[in-house]
Design a protein around this ligand. Structure first.
Ligand code: TK8
Length: 335
């Protein structure tokens, strides 16, 4: 008996050495859930990821992306990943605070102030620290992609000062930090899944929402909004998440392929996101929206108003997590 096992093992080993590289990849189809529309820059990252996976696996792996919440919203999809019934989601961190509270750090108002800071923070030690938390909740973060700086759009009036926020019915992402920020600004804030936002704006159930220009553009929010303010009140990243339980069944080569291909996708996706941002703003203007800048003075007032959110959310996010992000950002800024 022992001899047979040994012999077949030796044969298997010999075979795996003799076979071409893609033999280390088992035939598999992976689905990627997405809330945003197919013409969002995430699609450019997904195309690169898909091609990379196809080439690396020698055609053994197929990637199918689903857009506009077709497989459910961010939180539902992430839960499916945790239970191993869905392979991937490209999700905003914000709705996932319900799964990993530390992710709320990215929702803190005005934490990150430039693309360079975002990249350095997410691709550096802090990003790794956050990614290292995810396997414990059944998720593997393959990479941070860009969602971007968020700007407020609405159908009521130009928002240019703190007072202009008053009473506005704003959709916020589903967590307490965003809720606190927008309540503190004086709005009537409602947490809502992304997939419901267009209809809620269209029917007038809400007046306002906040997202980067590329999302206001590609999700056609400009059709149902009249004003957009350059608030840049938060930079929220996308996480390219893979199902923990499924990840654990993959070969080492397959796991490595996922990280490598998500990193290739990241470069393309961020470039595309930044290139499209100005184009998107132009399309928003062409659609007839009024773009409102906020003076330095008004911005200082807005920042001061929401400063207390940091302290109020420290317990839920984890004071150490917030401190760590702030320390790393200070180092990035050379402070
Ligand atoms: C898309 C969301 C979206 C996010 C939001 O699923 O919910 O407003 O900015 O990009 O992740």
């Amino acid at each position: 008996m022992k001899t047979i096992v040994t012999t077949s093992l030796a044969a298997a080993l010999a075979m795996s050495v003799a076979l071409p590289a893609h033999a280390q990849f088992t035939d598999r189809t992976i689905r990627i859930a997405n809330g945003i529309a197919e013409d969002h820059p995430v699609a450019d990252g997904v195309d690169t990821f898909t091609q990379c996976v196809d080439e690396t696996s020698g055609g053994a792996w197929t990637v199918n992306a689903f857009w506009s919440s077709a497989l459910g919203d961010d939180l539902q999809s992430a839960q499916s990943l945790r239970s191993g019934t869905l392979e991937m989601v490209i999700s905003s961190t914000s709705p996932l605070v319900a799964i990993e509270p530390a992710l709320g750090v990215f929702d803190l108002p005005f934490l990150i102030s430039s693309d360079e800071e975002a990249d350095a923070l997410l691709d550096g030690e802090f990003g790794q620290y956050i990614s290292d938390m995810m396997p414990e909740v059944g998720l593997v973060n393959l990479s941070f992609w860009e969602n971007g700086f968020r700007n407020l759009s609405n159908s009521v009036r130009p928002v240019q000062t703190l007072a202009d926020f008053e009473g506005m019915r704003v959709r916020v992402m589903q967590n307490n930090i965003f809720l606190d920020t927008f309540q503190t600004l004086g709005t009537n804030a409602t947490p809502m899944a992304f997939g419901e936002v267009f209809t809620a704006l269209e029917t007038g159930a809400i007046d306002a929402q906040e997202n980067p220009y590329v999302t206001i553009d590609t999700s056609r929010f400009y059709e149902v909004q009249d004003y957009v303010s350059n608030t840049r009140h938060a930079y929220t990243p996308f996480m390219v998440l893979f199902s923990g339980p499924i990840f654990d069944t993959l070969s080492e080569q397959e796991q490595q392929m996922l990280f490598d291909c998500a990193a290739e996708g990241q470069t393309v996706q961020r470039e595309s996101s930044r290139a499209l941002s100005d184009e998107s703003l132009q399309r928003i203007i062409d659609a007839g929206l009024e773009v409102n800048d906020i003076s330095d003075e008004a911005m200082a007032e807005i920042r001061e108003a929401v400063a207390g959110v940091y302290e109020r959310s420290a317990d839920s996010i984890g004071a150490d997590v917030v401190e760590r992000a702030q320390a790393e950002l200070a180092a990035i800024r050379g402070e």
